[in-house]
Design a protein around this ligand. Structure first.
Ligand SMILES: Nc1ncnc2c1ncn2[C@@H]1O[C@H](COP(=O)(O)OP(=O)(O)OP(=O)(O)O)[C@@H](O)[C@H]1O
Ligand SMILES: O=C(O)C1=C[C@@H](O)[C@@H](O)[C@H](O)C1
Ligand SMILES: [Mg+2]
Length: 173
């Protein structure tokens, strides 16, 4: 089975995905890491040197590759992956696949991302916590349309990785 983790930046896709994959003894694929390997550049450098459109095309290519080549894996998508082109349709229609939206509130995401925003090109220009929160509020409103198409919505607020892995594995049964 292909298990897709989707959600906003900072929702824990990479952090939970890696631990979930270890727990259920499946391969782990992180989209951002795959893209960094292909380009031999960090995500920030790709945005800076090649632009966001180039990055989104690469993301789509990785999605097509993963869907055609990986039958069993935990797959952490990029925060924007489901929100471009018909990516979310591909994910929803994939055979033997299940998707989980790792959901956090605007406030929870703001707290988490404030200390980590410089590694994330989409939010690194925001000056302070208030601006970050305002940006996330609008952005999440737009992206929620896609994220909410996941098969399962997991409320991640205040839960550690153990609790979240238990919740996800219970839903897989
Ligand atoms: N359940 C949790 N409890 C506490 N902290 C968490 C939890 N899940 C993730 N974190 C922390 O939140 C931060 C963001 O997590 P992570 O990098 O996995 O997000 P992401 O969804 O992969 O974001 P991006 O889309 O930008 O790659 C990390 O510092 C991580 O350690
Ligand atoms: O939400 C987004 O648009 C992004 C999220 C990250 O996972 C990276 O894919 C990149 O920083 C863009
Ligand atoms: Mg990540």
């Amino acid at each position: 089975m292909r298990i897709f983790l989707i959600g906003y930046m900072g929702s824990g896709k990479s952090f939970i995905g890696k631990r979930l994959a270890e727990r259920i003894e499946q391969k782990f694929i992180d989209f951002d890491e795959e893209i960094e390997k292909i380009e031999n550049l960090s995500i920030s450098e790709i945005f800076q040197q090649k632009g966001e459109i180039y990055f989104r095309k690469l993301e789509r290519k990785v999605l097509e590759q993963v869907l055609s080549q990986e039958q069993n894996a935990v797959i952490s998508l990029g925060g924007g992956t489901p929100c471009y082109g018909d990516n979310m349709e591909l994910i929803r229609e994939a055979n033997d696949a299940v998707s989980f939206y790792l959901k956090l509130s605007v406030q929870q995401l703001t707290e988490r991302l404030f200390s980590e925003k410089d590694e994330r090109p989409v939010i690194k220009h925001l000056q302070n916590k208030e601006e970050l929160e305002e940006f996330i509020r609008k952005h999440l409103f737009e992206r929620g349309f896609y994220y909410n198409q996941a098969d399962h919505v997991i409320d991640c607020g205040g839960k550690d990785s153990e609790e979240l892995i238990t919740e996800i594995t219970n839903r897989l049964r």
